[in-house]
Design a protein around this ligand. Structure first.
Ligand SMILES: Nc1ncnc2c1ncn2[C@@H]1O[C@H](COP(=O)(O)OP(=O)(O)OP(=O)(O)O)[C@@H](O)[C@H]1O
Ligand SMILES: [Mg+2]
Length: 312
């Protein structure tokens, strides 16, 4: 599949620091790509370059089939950028704010109302249409800025820390909205510190530290644990040499752990029928099963395994 966003050897030099040091990664159509990293890692700088707001020192960058250096205008037509801090006009009403931007985006007058209503609907702010922006909570303001970003229907979204400063409920609401945007087929890069939340809706991720992209890819490829892994915990009488032998030779076995003499754990990989066969095998051998669960390494575990630090 052709990448929707391709970044090759991005370098961004500021006066005293190189904020991006040969950053390379790709994002594929429909992916929600989490850009993860501690403060100063280079996330905002990378997003600003992609949003065509900052000229890189070097880098071959292609977005939606367009070259960033030569086809900036075409790229601007297909992207939306939500900065980490966007000022809103407190004394304006919600719909006035969106109307202002709809006209700035060149949306025809007879389509504006419909576009604004659908934007408000998507971010769950319909009932605040006539409220003054100053009266909105922080989470609502964030959603309003997102609605603004969505007005021209960008195919690609760059969202810089959209969940920062939000309480858990507001973050959950935002994460639902982002999931829906992903389901609509938009390609999204979202930077964040909040790893657990990203895990909820990201399909791919890139881990940055000190200006470098340490690791990137689809979540299942970033993990050391293969997809379709199941962990089965069971009891043994402690004198089951025979069982040890059988289990060690069991097809599709990944790992075998003895927590204690009595509590054993086995990781197997396979489809539902492989799992069902294994459970049947244990039951037929009178082995009491305690738990069967699908194993998925979350983004937090992946992140810490890279050795990167300092992210909550
Ligand atoms: N305009 C600028 N001029 C000089 N240095 C800058 C500028 N913008 C960013 N930097 C530096 O570049 C590095 C990367 O900053 P960047 O804002 O990209 O990090 P970040 O990963 O977004 O961090 P945070 O999590 O704090 O938002 C930092 O050391 C920062 O001080
Ligand atoms: Mg930042």
């Amino acid at each position: 599949m052709e990448a929707m966003i391709s970044v090759e050897n991005l370098i961004v030099d500021f006066e005293n620091i190189t904020a991006c040091k040969n950053v390379s990664f790709q994002v594929f159509p429909g992916e929600i790509f989490g850009l993860i990293g501690p403060n100063g890692a280079g996330k905002t700088t990378t997003l600003k370059v992609l949003a065509t707001l900052l000229k890189p020192t070097y880098g071959i960058i292609n977005i939606g089939g367009f070259d960033l250096e030569k086809q900036t205008i075409q790229i601007r037509k297909i992207i939306g950028f939500m900065p980490d801090f966007s000022p809103v006009y407190e004394e304006m009403k919600v719909w006035e704010f969106l109307e202002l931007y709809a006209s700035a985006y060149g949306i025809e007058k007879n389509k504006r109302n419909k576009t604004i209503d659908s934007g408000l609907h998507r971010v769950n702010l319909v009932e605040k249409k006539d409220a003054f922006i100053g009266e909105l909570s922080r989470g609502m303001k964030q959603r309003l800025v997102l609605a603004k970003t969505l007005l021209p229907e960008p195919q690609i979204l760059f969202l810089d820390e959209p969940a920062s400063g939000l309480d858990p409920l507001a973050r959950k609401e935002l994460s639902e909205i982002l999931k829906n945007l992903g389901n609509e087929g938009k390609t999204i890069i979202i930077s964040s510190h909040i790893l657990t939340e990203l895990a909820d809706f990201c399909t791919a991720a890139g881990i940055m530290e000190k200006g470098r992209m340490i690791k990137w890819g689809k979540l299942e490829n970033l993990s050391d644990i293969p997809a379709d892994t199941v962990c089965v915990e069971f009891c043994t009488s402690g004198k089951s040499t025979n069982l040890t032998n059988i289990l060690n030779n069991y097809p599709s076995l990944l790992k075998f752990e003895k927590e204690t003499d009595q509590l054993w754990r086995i990781y197997i990989k396979g489809n539902d029928s492989v799992i069902a066969d294994f459970v049947k095998f244990l039951v037929e051998n009178n082995v009491p099963i305690i738990e069967i669960r699908k194993v998925k390494e979350d983004i937090q575990t992946i992140f810490f395994k890279t050795g990167a630090k300092d992210v909550s």
